[in-house]
Write a protein that binds this ligand. Sequence first.
Ligand SMILES: NC(=O)c1ccc[n+]([C@@H]2O[C@H](COP(=O)([O-])OP(=O)(O)OC[C@H]3O[C@@H](n4cnc5c(N)ncnc54)[C@H](OP(=O)(O)O)[C@@H]3O)[C@@H](O)[C@H]2O)c1
Length: 244
Amino acid sequence: MNSDSMQRVAVVGVGGAIGEAFCRALLDKPSIQQVFALGRHPAPLAEISEKVTPVAVNIRDEASIQAAAEHIDDNHLDAVIIASGMLHDDAVSPEKRLAACSSEAMHQLFDVNAVAPLLLSKHLAAKLKRNAEAKLAILSARVGSISDNRAGGWYAYRASKAAVNMLIKGMSIELGRQDKSLTVVGLHPGTVDSRLSAPFQANVKPGKLFSPAQSAGYLLSVLDGLDSRHTGRLFAWDGEEIAP
Ligand SMILES: NC(=O)c1ccc[n+]([C@@H]2O[C@H](COP(=O)([O-])OP(=O)(O)OC[C@H]3O[C@@H](n4cnc5c(N)ncnc54)[C@H](OP(=O)(O)O)[C@@H]3O)[C@@H](O)[C@H]2O)c1
């Protein structure tokens, strides 16, 4: 299913830079009839277009995810894009050293970056149209690649993204047995100007810090080029596959 033909899509994490940019990019497509915008505070997005259906959700609470999913009919969506994620907050920052690791930060990042996408997929997979080349895309990160880890550090974030990559693989196998046309993939958005990357932009090479709109545009093009033959794998903003 090409994004130019998509009619109904759910985007999770619409309060985030990339999540909002996905919503806006989808709303620019003439084929789009409805965007389900899931996030903690999705109401402002509904002001952009009457095609937006805002759905409040706390992705760290399965009951909230289940209730949010009930707003969407089964066999209804062309794609689900999960663009939520966390690297730091007031209490948590990426660890430079093993000595800085804590149980709290490990649990929090695993919860937001791995458990939440799994539970969102658990409740939203049935909303995807069956046998219609539907797509389930989850924002991961290149730093979750074990083979690509040359710098060390960022233990909790790296491990939580490696974990979500494994969950994507597992879901692609199980869900692919029920619908051979389904594509389940992880996406790396590049380095994107957002709250998440703000403290870490100093060393980004010129031209390599994307606006959220740029990144969402690249990722929709990448998704357009992917089909069920690519399921279970991780792809970057430029279409390059990232090894696990
Ligand atoms: N920016 C980058 O350079 C970069 C690079 C590689 C990968 N990524 C990945 O891309 C995705 C989007 O990142 P972004 O740059 O758009 O970040 P962002 O602007 O910080 O947005 C992340 C969104 O995730 C949701 N979220 C975060 N923490 C949460 C929590 N504790 N509980 C519930 N929801 C939470 C929120 O959405 P709501 O407010 O709507 O609930 C939040 O706005 C993430 O998975 C990130 O890891 C980003």
